[in-house]
Design a protein around this ligand. Structure first.
Ligand code: NDP
Length: 444
């Protein structure tokens, strides 16, 4: 049995209760087979794969907070510091009722390779809580964030671990978390990214993941003989990533036909109205069913359905495992050219394989959505230098990082005999740097 398969078999036993984490381990280790085979003796002796799938540490803690009626509520907080071989831990905080250790570990594991792919010196981590921000008042959000940070602050600082936003953690939550960190530690430092502009945030961070997704997708299309201009695009989600993906796609001349949220989806034959989307989601914090008030020609449907719309480019930007094998078959039948993952692992493993086998250009999330963390690292640099760059400076750095990521994954795939397989390419390109550092730093 190959080394990778052996480690997967052991993981199957050890992490049987963590399906999302196992899925990520299988996906990554299987795609690393070409590089693992070439270095099998060395990696085996140093237990590289066993060390890679075991986080440096996983912190779980109680978060007690008081709701507006005076009742004490209790949630679980998580921070998984996965691997800091190439730099301080870095990764978002997810606030969603579905959060559990398996999901945080899967996200932290993926983050190692994503962060490495950016070419910037940042390690992998992820955190969050099963707290549901929906329907909570501002004061409740603040009290939750303060309680969460009271515990988390023991394990992080600007040179150790720098968390950021993710699902449910936007500018408002980062502000409350930062305020509490500052109060507890008495330190004004860049310990979180995604901060507001008035207290150390970076211009273009809000737009970065969605814009970066489009920069990479455009380059992938271009290098395969296609132009983004005039393409029909389907987007899922209507949060931070989706909104700015829609905005940039339209700036680049594509037509975006769909967006969705956890209750339904919108089809707008005239192209999604980004202003309306921002108004509904960023200002009113409402449901997508409101969209028809702005655009009477559009259709709103309850439930899932975005991938049934005929398109050239599909951008899943909501959550994990939202694009299934059935969806992939529909997309292929409808002639899709490219699928680029704005969310983390939105495509199931069988759907990913089906798309690749059917010649669809497939950009995995760890490459395609790396613009967010890359710009977070740029925010860290600005904080360290106590300076701030213009929107254009940050956007231009982001664009060149995303183009580099595409070419790194493309060339790694070709070097290891899998040309055009960007899943393999992204994993190998991310892995190479981390493993080099792990070997150089010795066994720890
Ligand atoms: P947001 O919370 O801003 O938006 C998430 C969107 O997905 C919302 O439209 C939400 O709908 C929808 N959604 C969430 N859960 C589900 C579900 N179970 N079923 C259907 N729809 C769902 O998050 P982001 O846009 O920041 O993140 C989206 C994805 O991108 C995540 O996978 C995240 O990890 C990833 N990502 C984010 C980065 C960032 O910079 N923000 C960076 C890299 C990756 P509703 O409004 O109803 O909740």
């Amino acid at each position: 049995m190959s080394y990778a398969k052996e480690v997967i078999a052991k993981a199957d036993q050890k992490f049987a209760e963590q399906p999302e984490f196992l899925q990520a381990v299988k996906e990554v280790l299987s795609s690393l087979e070409p590089i693992i085979e070439k270095n099998e003796d060395r990696y085996r002796r140093d237990a590289i794969l066993e060390r890679l799938i075991e986080p440096d540490r996983q912190i779980m803690f109680r978060v007690s907070w008081i709701d507006d009626s005076g009742k004490v509520r209790v949630n679980t907080g998580y921070r998984v510091q996965f691997n800091n071989a190439i730099g301080p831990y870095k990764g978002g905080l997810r606030l969603h009722p579905s959060v559990n250790l398996s999901i945080i570990k899967f996200l932290g594991f993926e983050q190692i390779f994503k962060n490495s792919l950016t070419g910037l010196p940042i390690g992998g981590a992820k955190g969050g809580s099963d707290f549901d921000p929906k329907g909570k008042s501002d004061r409740e959000i603040m009290r939750f964030c303060q309680s969460f940070m009271t515990e988390l602050s023991k394990y992080i600082d600007a040179d150790t671990d720098v968390p950021a936003g993710d699902i449910g953690t936007g500018a408002r939550e980062i502000g409350y978390l930062f305020g509490q960190y500052k109060k507890i530690k008495g330190l004004y430092e860049g310990v979180l990214t995604g901060k507001g502009l008035s207290y150390g945030g970076s211009l273009a961070r809000t737009e970065a993941t969605g814009y970066g997704l489009l920069y990479l997708t455009t380059e992938m299309l271009k290098c395969n003989g296609h132009d983004i201009k005039g393409k029909r695009v389907c987007v899922s989600g209507s949060g931070n990533v989706a909104t700015y993906a829609v905005e940039k796609a339209q700036q680049l001349g594509a037509k975006v036909l769909t967006v969705s949220d956890s209750t339904g989806w919108v089809y707008d034959p005239d192209g999604i109205d980004v202003k309306a989307l921002k108004d509904i989601k960023e200002i009113r914090r409402g449901r997508l069913s409101l969209y028809k008030d702005y655009r009477p020609n559009a259709e709103y449907h309850e439930g899932k359905g975005v991938w049934s719309v005929k398109c050239d480019v599909a951008l899943p930007c909501a959550t994990q495992n939202e694009l299934t094998l059935e969806d992939a078959k529909t997309l292929v039948k409808n002639g899709v050219i490219a699928v680029s993952e704005g969310a983390n692992m939105p495509t199931t493993l069988d759907a990913t394989n089906y798309l690749i086998e059917n010649g669809v250009l497939f950009a995995p999330g760890k490459a395609a959505n790396a613009g967010g963390v890359a710009t977070s690292a740029l925010e860290m640099s600005q904080n360290s230098e106590r300076t701030s760059w213009t929107f254009e400076q940050v956007d231009e750095k982001l664009r060149s990082i995303m183009i580099n990521i595409f070419h790194n994954m493309e060339s790694a795939a070709a070097r290891y005999g899998k040309p055009g397989n960007y899943v393999v390419g992204a994993n190998i390109a991310g892995f190479e740097k981390v493993v080099d550092a792990m070997l150089a730093e010795g066994v720890s």
